[in-house]
Each structure stands twice: as structure tokens, then as C-alpha cells.
Design a protein around this ligand. Structure first.
Ligand code: ZN
Length: 133
């Protein structure tokens, strides 16, 4: 069902500082995008077949701001790419996994996304994502 790791979401206080670090590792900034529904600015840095996704909160009410407040900066979520997101959600829920999103919603990078509940995933916030490209 899962094809690969789509991206690793990392919460940062300052996007430009985060980007500067990953550029030191040789990664290249692909794009910066604002996602108003999640109250974040997102930077994408491709790494082979996957991406590092840096997330900077744009509001104190952002889920990413709350994450940083509780746990500090760091890995916030892990995103797996799937071909058929609605079907994947049905199949996973049928196996007793709790979902945060029962229906796909619009995420960054023109992807449809849905989150699984960390209570069902050993504490890892897992996103399933249907990449548009
Ligand atoms: Zn993501």
C-alpha cells in the first residue's frame, strides 16, 4: 500500500535558519510555500527520491507551534506516499488504526494528505500522501 517515504516533516522556529543548515549538507531548496490551513510556511528540499519538509509556524495556534512548545524543534511527522489515498484510509481504518483525517485534505506541494492518530502508531505522527508530482 505504501510506496516510499514521501517526506520527513521537521518543525523549525525559523525557516531560513533551517534551510541554511540543510544547504550545508548539500541539499537544494526547491520551493517555499505557505499553507494557511495548517498555519505554516513550508520549505521543500529534495533528497534523492524523498524530501525534507521544514515547517515554520505562522501563528501560535498552528499545530506546529504547539509541537515546538511541547517538544522543541525536531521531527514532527513522517509521510508515506500512497497511490490511492481514500482506499488506503479505508483499509487502514478497517485494521483498527485510528485516523485523524477520515477524508483526504489539501496539503502542501499540491498533495492530498491525511494523518493517522499517534495513539495508533507508537507515538509517530504519520501522514499518508498522494503526491501530484
Ligand atoms: Zn507532510
Amino acid at each position: 500500500m505504501v510506496k516510499k517515504i514521501s517526506h520527513i516533516g521537521i518543525a523549525v522556529k525559523n525557516l531560513e535558519e533551517g534551510i541554511a543548515f540543510y544547504e550545508k549538507l548539500g541539499l537544494k531548496l526547491e520551493a517555499i510555500e505557505e499553507v494557511p490551513s495548517q498555519m505554516v510556511r513550508v520549505a521543500f528540499l529534495p533528497c534523492g527520491d524523498t524530501r525534507i519538509e521544514l515547517l515554520e509556524p505562522t501563528s501560535e495556534d498552528s499545530p506546529v507551534a504547539k509541537f515546538i512548545e511541547k517538544k522543541g524543534e525536531g521531527i514532527q511527522h513522517l509521510a508515506f506516499a500512497v497511490d490511492d489515498l481514500p482506499q488506503a484510509l479505508k483499509d487502514i481504518e478497517a485494521q483498527g488504526v485510528r485516523l485523524i483525517d477520515k477524508e483526504p485534505r489539501a496539503g502542501a506541494h499540491q498533495a492530498d494528505i491525511a494523518f493517522l492518530h499517534p495513539k495508533s502508531t507508537n507515538g509517530v505522527l504519520i501522514e499518508l500522501c498522494k503526491e501530484k508530482h
